[in-house]
Design a protein around this ligand. Structure first.
Ligand SMILES: Nc1ncnc2c1ncn2[C@@H]1O[C@H](COP(=O)(O)OP(=O)(O)O)[C@@H](O)[C@H]1O
Ligand SMILES: [Mg+2]
Length: 226
């Protein structure tokens, strides 16, 4: 995929400006930057959720010319807030892959470390079992394992997990989808270092694009200043 001169302006405020990069199949890219630097805006724009100037190309096809349903079938987009259907675990999973066998559902639950699930019939809603933030995130991640997207956009999608579980889930994602593009907004350095590359944003602009270790050094040098 390729982004060229991407700018996002909302109500006269510039949220992204002149963002360009390209990502090869199978490449894992961390997006870094302090709060408000434009990380979430970038991922939303890549999904087609934001008005923008510039170009967003998937397999050389312009996002503006792609029909939204085919785009949505390629992309797996998760944020901090997971969408949970009021219904059973099975119903929650089948929206990602209608007709999937129970065996597949259990496999996905295992890969996303949903060890709190004892039965696919379990109802998850406010009356029966209100999921914690971390449980909801893992259930949403289980859907990603079923969906098998070509492009994964994870915006702090594992933020409520403990460090070990987060590492395991990320490793499982990387191993399950070696050909997919990963764009990951993460804060823990271990996750950034697990990526091939890091893009550092500042005030909506790319200030570094390269080695994750170097990106962390730059980030730290800016944030440790007093
Ligand atoms: N829809 C919007 N309208 C106006 N301002 C927005 C909108 N979305 C985000 N912003 C602003 O854009 C900036 C970048 O936000 P965001 O992309 O969420 O940053 P990050 O994810 O890096 O913390 C922030 O200043 C935020 O307040
Ligand atoms: Mg954000």
């Amino acid at each position: 995929m390729r982004v060229e001169g991407l700018s996002v302006v909302v109500n006269g405020k510039t949220l992204l400006e002149g963002v360009s990069f390209s990502i090869k199949k199978g490449e894992k890219v961390a997006i870094m930057g302090s709060t408000g630097s434009g990380k979430s805006t970038l991922l939303r724009a890549l999904c087609g959720f934001m008005p923008y100037k510039g170009k967003i190309l998937y397999d050389n096809l312009d996002l503006k010319e792609l029909d939204l349903s085919s785009l949505r079938s390629k992309i797996g987009y998760l944020t901090q807030e997971s969408f949970i259907l009021s219904g059973t675990i099975r119903e929650n999973l089948l929206i990602a892959k209608p007709g999937a066998k129970d065996e597949e559902l259990w496999k996905a639950l295992q890969l996303s470390v949903c060890d709190f699930v004892k039965s696919l019939e379990e109802e998850v809603d406010e009356e029966n079992r209100l999921l914690s933030g971390g449980e909801a995130q893992r259930l949403a991640l289980a859907r990603i394992f079923l969906k098998e997207p070509e492009i994964l956009l994870l915006d702090e999608a594992t933020s409520a997990l403990d460090a070990n579980t987060e590492n395991t889930v990320l490793k499982n994602l990387f191993e399950s989808f070696p050909e997919s593009v990963f764009i990951v907004v993460a804060h823990r350095f271990s996750n950034i270092l697990a990526c091939d590359r890091a893009i550092l944003l500042k005030d909506g602009r790319v200030v570094f694009d390269g080695d994750p270790k170097e990106a962390i050094e730059i980030f730290l040098s800016e944030h440790l200043q007093v």
